[in-house]
Each structure stands twice: as C-alpha cells, then as structure tokens.
Design a protein around this ligand. Structure first.
Ligand SMILES: NC(=O)c1ccc[n+]([C@@H]2O[C@H](COP(=O)([O-])OP(=O)(O)OC[C@H]3O[C@@H](n4cnc5c(N)ncnc54)[C@H](OP(=O)(O)O)[C@@H]3O)[C@@H](O)[C@H]2O)c1
Length: 251
C-alpha cells in the first residue's frame, strides 16, 4: 500500500501496542492511539510527532462504547481508516475454579468483545479504504495450554476465531484480517524481562529466549503492506517456537 495511511492502535500506552504505534506507521501516516492512561499516551504522541506522524489521543476504557465511538470519530477526522490494530488486552493468573463470573466477563469484554465492537464500528471506514486491514494481537495462550490463565487463553482463542470470520466475511469488501500471536514477550519490566522470567523461557520455547516488541512490529509492518495482500485469516505466532515445543524433554 502506498500513500498516507490512517491507523487506530488500541493498547498504545505501553508494551507491544506502544511499540506498534510508534514504529509500524510510516512518516506522514495518521494514528489514533487508545488506552486508559492519558499521560503515557501524551508522551507517546510527543515521540510520534517527532517522527512526522499525525496523532490523535483517545483516553478511555476500550470496553466502553463511548471510548469506541471517540476512537472511530478520531479516525473519521483523519478522513478514514486503513489499519485497525487491536492490541489492548490482558488477564491475570488464577486456577479455573477460583475465577469469579465477574472476572471471566471482564477479561472477555477486553480481549474479545471490545475487538468485535470496535471492528464493527469502523467496518464502514475499512470498506471505504483502498485496502482495509485488521491485525488483532492474540496470544500463544490461545493455542497452547498454559495452566492458570483459562479466561485469558479462552478469550484469546475466541478472538483468533473471530478474526478468521472477519477475514472470510469481509474479504468481499477488500478487508484482510489476521492475528499476531506473541509467545512470552519481554516488555516494560514484565515477567519475561526479568532474569527469572528469561530463565523460565529457556525451557518453554525452542529458541529459549523471550520475544521483544520489535519482533511483533516487524511482522506488523509486513502484514499491513501490499506484500501481504494474499495473507488473510491467519494466526501467526511470534513465539520463538513456544507453541511447537515438544511435550517430551528435549535437549
Ligand atoms: N507480553 C507478552 O508476553 C504477551 C504475550 C502474548 C500476548 N500478548 C498480548 O499483547 C498485547 C499487549 O500486551 P503487553 O504485553 O504489551 O502488555 P501491556 O504493556 O500491559 O499492554 C496492555 C495495553 O492494553 C491497554 N489496556 C488494558 N486494558 C485496557 C482497557 N480496559 N481499555 C483500554 N486499554 C486497555 C493498556 O493501557 P492502559 O492501562 O493505559 O489502559 C496497555 O496499553 C495484549 O493483548 C496481550 O494479551 C502479550
């Protein structure tokens, strides 16, 4: 795709979403950045403006319709939308039997329902784009069984499948939809960026090291480009061989 692209990136205040918003768009692109923490979004905006990107800050909970509306309206002010990136997401560890109904619903509202609602709200904008593109940030947990994260893993698996439906049902409108599914990824002092976390990954993934946000950014740049014009409905792992790791001990 050539020319100025218009983006929405949710979950842009930290980690993977922040790196995508900052580094995936090209000079001259316009980006709506969404998350709850406004100061973090404002510092990101300052960095992005220095890269000659146009930026609109939308602070709010993406589970709320009002935030979804403001994000879509900000894209409309930019004249439309080419790339929707749903990176807002999260969960917390707990054995299944201790997960409350409210916790289950909160995680599904963030990881699955918000993706569905925002995608549907901006669907007309993506239809009008020359080559509308959705990239949802899923998780290797949506494939593999990582004990004690059942609501997170199930909500990501549902999101993976939602994306396949978007790809098939919206292909006629020229929209492609894919998932990037990271494995353990070191960001902003999370568990995978500590010595203990890195040591754990040595026996969890074939390559033995956590991914970094830049690994996701590299695939994002490809997926939104014309080089990926035949790629849709895919769940692409960036996981150093986490999902493919053998079940028996391996040296
Ligand atoms: N890092 C990993 O190992 C890994 C592995 C697999 C998948 N992922 C996925 O990658 C994505 C980014 O995760 P990360 O590791 O970069 O974690 P992170 O730094 O915690 O980023 C999560 C982002 O989502 C935003 N967010 C959370 N709840 C929100 C809400 N209700 N409304 C709006 N924004 C919300 C957060 O911003 P605010 O707090 O400001 O709202 C933040 O910007 C997530 O979807 C995660 O599931 C990460």
């Amino acid at each position: 795709m050539t020319g100025r692209r218009r983006w929405i990136v949710t979950g842009a205040s930290s980690g993977i979403g922040r790196a995508i918003a900052r580094d995936a768009p090209e000079e001259g692109d316009a980006v709506v950045i969404v998350a709850r923490r406004r100061p973090a979004l404002e510092s990101l905006r300052d960095e992005m403006v220095r890269r000659d990107l146009e930026v609109a800050v939308v602070d709010g909970d993406i589970r709320e319709q009002e935030t979804i509306e403001r994000a879509a309206e900000a894209a409309e002010v930019f004249g439309g939308l080419d790339c929707l990136v749903n990176s807002a997401g999260g969960g917390f560890p707990s054995p299944i039997e201790e997960v409350s109904a409210n916790a289950w619903r909160a995680i599904f509202r963030l990881n699955t329902e918000a993706v569905f609602l925002l995608s549907n709200r901006v669907f007309p904008l993506l239809c009008d784009a020359a080559a509308g593109c959705i990239v949802n940030i899923g998780s290797a947990a949506g494939w593999a069984i990582d004990p004690n994260v059942a609501p997170y893993a199930a909500s990501k698996a549902a999101m993976h499948h939602l994306t396949r439906h978007q790809a098939v049902e919206w292909a006629r409108y020229g929209i492609r939809a894919n998932v990037i599914a990271p494995g353990p990824t070191a960001v902003d002092g999370n568990r995978w960026s500590t010595d203990e976390g890195r040591e754990q990954v040595r026996s969890m993934a074939a390559l033995g090291v956590p991914a970094e946000a830049r690994d996701v950014v590299a695939l994002m740049r490809f997926l939104v480009s014309d080089d990926a014009r035949m790629i849709t409905g895919q769940v692409l792992n960036v996981d150093g061989g986490f999902v493919g790791w053998p079940l028996t001990p391996h040296g």
